[in-house]
Design a protein around this ligand. Sequence first.
Ligand SMILES: [Fe+2]
Length: 399
Amino acid sequence: MHGVGHHGGRIGGDAFTFTTPHVRFGDGVARAIDDVLARAEVQNPLVVTDEGVEAAGVLDPVLESITGDPLVHYATTEPSTADFDALPTDAADGVVAVGGGSCLDTAKVVATLLAHGGDAAEYLGVDTVPGRVAPLVAIPTTSGTGSQATQTAVLTHDGIKRGVSDEYLRPDYALVDPTLTFGLPASVTARSGFDAFVHALESLTARDHRWIDPRPITYQGANPVSRSLAREALVQVHGAIERATFDGDDRDARRAMSLGSHLAGTAFSASGLGIVHALASALGGLVDAPHGDCLAASITAGLTYNLPVRRDAYASVARLLDLDDPASTRNGASALVDECDRLRRSLGLPTGMDDLGFDRADVDEIVANTLVQERRLPTNPRRAGDDLQAHLIEMEFDG
Ligand SMILES: [Fe+2]
């Protein structure tokens, strides 16, 4: 097995690379923005945020810490390629993103347009950015996507969610300040936190890089660095997500979520994800439900699909998370599958695909839309194929 356990795995001779932004983590680090902008040689930053972040009072401490009077651009909650027409592109020489995943994704495209001009739609796809983008400082206000560490942005184009994936999109600096998340509502904490949980779990158990053909984006399979970070991310998020959801004032839990979600994003930006995300993207394309809800609805079906090739790895994760109970049948790999189900119930998230309104008649479409997920499936530990259909019927829609 490709050790997810405590002893690591065999280190083969195959090369791998790993990339991360410069990171500052801790209470108050967002207030260091002026110093970071000076290091990045940015004189006129464009701040990309959204109205919800501003209304929550989270933008103010950042704006107050920037010398001068920066321009502010408001991202939409579902950014589309049509949202970039009115950018003040001449006046800015760098971007500061303050917000959740959609806002950080918007800022990556803004930084691209500042440097290279053109139209947002031109950059859809993989490896389309011709060179370095404008300096980008990402300041997350949720503990979920980890977008501040990744090289991708999700944009809607002609009504369909598309991606821009390019190593140039990875922010130069990530200022991960837990204090910005202290006031997050429980529902956002649960949903975005569950996303981080699945990032860590799918990254840790992804196909090993040695078994993946080189791809033009950096989702290259799990390697020893990504697994180290994913393991720590999983422990932090699993240990804190319920406390942070049920007691928003638990600052240690907020800090653990902040760190864990960041490490998970850093890890999966190298390793890639798997079938839980592929299923969730398929569901999210068919119904209007948040990403975290789609993940919760997909996790049991996804993990059990991979069980034949990840039984030992899941058992190892169960030990890592102290789930094993020798006195019960809840041990080994099934202890992990059971725990993921318990967790989604505890957090009030969907407990299956039927909770999102799907029934047996939808299986063909869900399977078809899952099997086309070329970003996710090559790094899934099991090659997904037509047998996914029978599996979904059995796990989700039988009786
Ligand atoms: Fe995700």
